[in-house]
Structures are given as structure tokens and as C-alpha cells.
Design a protein around this ligand. Structure first.
Ligand SMILES: Cc1ncc(C[n+]2csc(CCOP(=O)(O)OP(=O)(O)O)c2C)c(N)n1
Ligand SMILES: [Mg+2]
Length: 318
């Protein structure tokens, strides 16, 4: 990767992280309603996985979805407006935090049902194969989703029909307050996935480069028509499960352990080392992020709700 690309990696991760900080502020002020789950800490998983996709490839994920949307190229303004429930939002304010969506960038949704994105990924993979389209599907879900029945049905079908789906399991070690050890009989997500006869990878999800290189291999394989792959990205969410969770079930030592592995200082150190970039150049990017997020909040503040008569629009295709 050249310097320009690497600075873009830094920008996208910094944007996603700061976006979540702004969301937390606005949520606390009462500007954002409903459930709201932040992605802070997991940025390298999403960006590493998304990096080698083409614009026509499709992406689905969980309700922890602000970062997928932004990193896929979604507009921070329409994301923030969506969170405010306003008509300028990417889903006209009808979706909110858990249901970001923008067909133009082929981000086909955050899904609030745990595991619910998995059969949708199968459908998208099946459609691409049936229509002989050269596009792959990337599906993000949590460790908790692997305990859902539908998840196993989806992996089985994807493997059976050799569909171009890349499964990205964000193993952040918790499903709400239940640790993997307390909720999954098999603690290794790749061991669970191996039953479906597809290549599996465990990767340090706090490291952009490792994540990107594993995902690239899986994407290449899917593109060649050789079927799905499974990636278990070991990671951690820095905040509670959702805005209402103080996360008292985790020890300060555990949180500190993962904060030492923060993907953003790590990428900064790697770029700084390879290209001799100093703080000033990163500060320019940080300033750009600050300005774009100021604009996003101002845009969301200025908007208003969709008139109630339009509530049932877009429910069915005409
Ligand atoms: C089918 C279903 N059951 C339960 C819930 C409630 N719920 C919301 S998030 C969540 C935890 C999921 O954890 P995981 O898949 O590890 O994702 P993470 O939140 O850690 O990113 C649960 C149980 C739900 N949304 N859907
Ligand atoms: Mg989890």
C-alpha cells in the first residue's frame, strides 16, 4: 500500500471512531432515540474486511453498523440525520441506529435480529451466482450470532452451493453481558464453522493489515467461484453493548489489555514508521474528521421528521 492509501486507512478509522464519540454525546443529550450500539475498538475488523471489495460487491452486517456504513463510503451527514430520526437520513429517519442502509454504496443493511443478516447474505450470494454476476458478499456478525439456528442453516447453504460469501465473525468475546465462555459450548468460532467444509481463518482483528490480508484472500477465492470462507476476527468493543450498558461485567484490567492493542494508534505507528510521517500530517486528518463531524451534527440538527403521511412509503416495492 502506498502512503496515500494508508492515510486513507487512518482517515476512515479515525472518522468511524470519532463518529461514535459524537453519537454518544448526542444520545446523552436526548437527540437520538432507540437502541444504539457503538463500534469503537473494532474499526480494523470492518475496514480490513471492506478494503479489497469492489463497489459492486455487497455488504450486510449487524446493528453495530455505523462504521460499516461510513467505511463503505456512506455520508456522515445522512448517517447522523438517520440517528436523529430525520427525513434527510439514509433511511429517511425510519430505520435509526440499527438500520443504516444505502443501496448506492451496496451497503444493504444493518440488521437488528442476531444472525438475521446471515440468510440475507446467502440470498445475495445465490442471486449473484444465478445471474452470473461477478460480485461477492461480505457478511459481518457477532460471536453471539453463531448460537442461532439460522446461522448454521446459512453457512451450510453457502458452502453447499459454493456461494461467493465471506463470513466475518467479530469475536468481541461478549453477547451483551454474556461472555463466549458462558454462552457457547465451543469457544472457538472457527471450530464451529469447520463443520461446513469451508476454509477458516483466525485473525487479530485489532490489526488492520492482518485483517485486510486474510479478507483479500477470501474475497479472491469467492470471486473465482470457489465458494465461501470464514474469518474469526478477535476483537473488543470499548463501550458497553449498547448506550444503556455500563459494562460492569468486565474488569478494568481486561479493558486495559485491549486498549493497549487499539487499532488506531497501531496504524498510526505503522504508517509513521514506514513513511516517516509526523504528528502534523495526522493532525491535518484529525482536523478534517472534526470538521466533517461538526457538519454532520449541524446537518442533523437542522433537519426534521418525515411527515406522518409518508410513514408507509417504501415498505413495499411499487
Ligand atoms: C434473535 C435475537 N435474539 C436476541 C436478541 C437480543 N440481542 C441483541 S444484541 C444481542 C447480542 C449479540 O451478540 P453478538 O452477536 O456477539 O454481537 P455484538 O453485540 O457483540 O457485536 C442479543 C442477544 C436479538 N436482537 N435477536
Ligand atoms: Mg459479540
Amino acid at each position: 500500500m502506498n502512503k496515500k492509501e494508508l492515510m486513507d486507512v487512518y482517515y476512515r478509522m479515525a472518522l468511524a471512531r470519532s463518529f461514535e464519540t459524537r453519537v454518544a454525546e448526542q444520545y446523552t443529550k436526548g437527540k437520538i432515540g432507540g437502541f444504539c450500539h457503538l463500534y469503537a475498538g473494532e474499526e480494523a475488523v470492518a475496514l480490513g474486511a471492506l478494503w479489497s471489495l469492489r463497489p459492486e460487491d455487497r455488504v450486510v452486517g449487524s446493528y453495530r453498523d455505523h462504521a460499516y456504513f461510513l467505511m463503505r463510503g456512506g455520508d456522515p451527514k445522512t448517517a447522523m440525520a438517520e440517528l436523529f430520526g430525520h427525513a434527510d437520513g439514509c433511511c429517511k429517519g425510519k430505520g435509526g441506529s440499527m438500520h443504516m442502509y444505502d443501496a448506492e454504496i451496496n451497503f444493504l443493511g444493518g440488521y437488528a435480529i442476531v444472525g438475521g443478516m446471515c440468510p440475507i447474505a446467502v440470498g445475495l450470494g445465490m442471486a449473484a451466482k444465478y445471474r452470473r454476476e461477478d460480485r461477492v458478499v461480505l457478511c459481518f456478525f457477532g460471536d453471539g450470532a453463531t448460537n442461532q439456528g439460522v446461522y448454521h442453516e446459512a453457512l451450510n447453504m453457502a458452502a453447499l452451493y459454493e456461494l461467493p460469501v465471506i463470513w466475518v465473525c467479530e469475536n468481541n468475546h461478549y453477547a451483551i453481558g454474556s461472555s463466549v465462555a458462558r454462552s457457547s459450548a465451543e469457544e472457538s468460532m472457527v471450530r464451529k464453522a469447520k463443520a461446513y467444509g469451508m476454509p477458516t481463518h483466525v485473525v487479530d482483528g485489532m490489526d488492520f493489515f492482518k485483517m485486510q490480508s486474510v479478507a483479500e484472500r477470501a474475497i479472491r477465492r469467492a470471486r473465482k467461484g470457489r465458494g465461501p470462507s470464514f474469518i474469526e476476527a478477535m476483537c473488543y468493543r470499548y463501550r458497553g453493548h449498547s448506550m444503556s450498558d455500563p459494562a460492569t461485567y468486565r474488569s478494568p484490567e481486561e479493558v486495559a489489555f485491549w486498549k493497549k492493542r487499539d487499532p488506531i494508534p497501531r496504524i498510526k505507528a505503522a504508517i509513521g514508521h514506514d513513511f516517516e510521517i509526523g504528528e502534523e500530517e495526522f493532525a491535518v486528518v484529525d482536523e478534517r474528521v472534526r470538521r466533517e463531524l461538526d457538519e454532520a451534527v449541524a446537518f442533523a440538527e437542522a433537519g426534521s421528521e418525515l411527515p406522518v403521511e409518508r410513514l408507509y412509503e417504501d415498505v413495499y416495492v411499487d
